[in-house]
Design a protein around this ligand. Sequence first.
Ligand SMILES: [Mg+2]
Length: 279
Amino acid sequence: MARDLRRIKLVLLDLDGTVYLGHRLLPGAREFFRRLAHAGIAHALLTNNSSIGPDDYLRKLRTLGLKADRRAVITSAEAAVLMLRHHAVRPDRLFVLGTGKLVRYVQRCGFGNSSERADAVLVGFDKELTYEKLTRACHLIRRGATLYATHPDVNCPMPEGAIPDAGSLLALIRASTGVRPRDVAGKPHRWIVKVAQSHFGLKAGQMMVIGDRLDTDVRLANRFGLASVLISKAEKGSRKARPRRYQPDLTVSNLAELIRTPFFRRLTGDKKGRQSSPP
Ligand SMILES: [Mg+2]
């Protein structure tokens, strides 16, 4: 059944692998944002990476020549704060297993970082992990602290190969304590979508998702019943249609290809746009 794409007012976009790869802008990204803005559709840039903050992303996007405003950049750290508040985690009873940037972010949102009396532990993508911090988290969990995570990704893709992400830390904690997180904030979980909804004041049905991963981006869209586009050379190139757990509405190699599709023309109300644009 064809979706009514004209209802869509906000596109939720993944960053790495969708808009850029490492420090390289991917084909069509700039033109995609230009056409989206021309059609009056807003965008939000969603990232599960909780090791750095929204300002770091804004700086990176600017370096790549893309303009983005602060409310458009949403990280799993912001989603985690919403999640912790929902679960009524006491601000003075939280221990954060994460980078200094994540710790400072949750502190700015009113939470402390207590290693002694915590009854909740938040696990992020801790690139500054020490054995001492890991031991502290496991002790607290064994004493009954509730475990939360900013996002579930096991690996983070890097130009030199994947590196262990928050999901790997959760696996280690589970091996030691037997405990799984009570809730997770980032994609494909609901909190990051709720942050986007609150930033833009929209209903779920007015949003769609574009990303390069089936198990986070497309899964998120499927969970909320949103339209989705998968950016994937491999999936597009596979001749045999394999049964998949998560189904995008469309698969393209990159944003340059997306803007040439009938799907994108339906989304942006092409006829009007085409007629009004100069020859
Ligand atoms: Mg990605």
